[in-house]
Design a protein around this ligand. Structure first.
Ligand code: PY5
Length: 305
């Protein structure tokens, strides 16, 4: 349950954190956001927030693209978030949702001359895309928003209509999730997650210039694959049919964590189950985010003293 939000400069009961129907972000989607996870470590009786600073650094980059100016830097936003979590007193896994947006009320599409606001709330949260073996995925008929239309590298509220179109099309077609291609027909990412393939002992993922969100889990997976599994990781353009030729495939993101892909456009990936490399990354990621791997403890910010 959520009790509080940080809203217009103060901690308020969640019921008081409300926007008008006339506000700019409601009418035009002129905001950006983050999704951050906190993981409860029962042995340590500690709540660890994963890569908190990196999420706020990305929020500030998204905000810059949208000409949103906040009166706080990443360190201050992190402190506000930790204070919020302490006020909530969570003792379990949580999801944290910061938003930076055009809060002005009135009509007129633009980015300039509007009031910028910041808000953050958090809620208890479990698995986002439950799986037992690999999930079923379809390549979307929708294309990813392109950098010169709505930049995917910024996590823009309004751009998630693109994700919602793809996700619901996938659902209506009997799939669990979508893979979205760029305007030029190359693999970009899932509706709300980045994508990796294993091909010939190499992990491959689209580069940041392929209309993807520059995912923090993607960055984490690259580091863990290289440094812990000794796997080569290549960021390169990926053809659609490489999806069908892959030995393993998985999604990664804050919400989904690491999710194996069992089938793409009705073609089995590997043996449809969870491939050995994906399995090792799932295990390792689970330990790292809960603060169980000392080498990566600097990625885990403790909430409680
Ligand atoms: N790509 C898109 C389009 C995303 O929305 C997300 C994150 C990612 C990739 C993965 O980025 P990261 O690893 O930094 O989380 N999506 C949000 C999440 O919390 C939810 C959006 C509704 O996972």
């Amino acid at each position: 349950m959520t009790q509080f939000a940080f809203f217009r400069g103060a901690f308020v009961p969640i019921a008081e954190a409300r926007l008008s129907i006339t506000s700019h972000v409601v009418n035009y989607g002129t905001g950006c956001f983050e999704g951050i996870r906190g993981y409860w470590n029962a042995e340590a009786e500690q709540l660890y927030v994963f890569r908190l600073r990196e999420h706020y650094e990305r929020l500030l980059r998204s905000a810059k693209i949208l000409l949103i100016e906040l009166p706080h830097d990443a360190a201050e936003l992190s402190q506000i978030t930790l204070e919020l979590l302490r006020k909530e007193g969570f003792r379990g896994d949580v999801y944290i949702r910061p938003l930076a947006y055009k809060g002005s009320e009135g009509i007129g599409v633009r980015l300039h001359g509007l009031r910028d606001e910041f808000a953050v709330f958090a809620l208890p949260f479990g698995q986002y895309l439950p799986f037992e073996s690999g999930v079923k995925v379809g390549v979307s008929s929708w294309r990813r928003v392109s950098d010169n239309a709505i930049p995917a590298r910024a996590k823009i509220t309004g751009a998630y209509v693109n994700s919602a179109l793809a996700k619901t099309e996938a659902h209506l077609n009997g799939f669990d999730e979508a893979i979205v291609l760029t305007e030029s027909g190359h693999v970009a990412e899932g509706s709300a997650e980045n994508l990796f393939l294993l091909r010939g002992g190499e992990l491959v993922t689209p580069p940041v210039s392929e209309d993807i969100l520059e995912g923090i889990t993607r960055d984490t997976v690259i580091a863990l694959a290289r440094d812990e599994l000794g796997l080569p990781v290549v960021e390169r353009r990926i053809d659609r049919t490489e999806l069908y030729a892959a030995d393993e495939a998985f999604f990664c993101g804050t919400g989904v964590e690491i999710v194996p892909i069992g089938e793409i456009d009705r073609r089995p990936v590997g043996n449809r189950g969870i491939g050995p490399v994906t399995q090792r990354l799932i295990q390792l990621y689970g330990d790292v985010v809960r603060g169980r791997v000392s080498r990566y403890l600097s990625w885990c910010t403790p909430v409680y003293p």
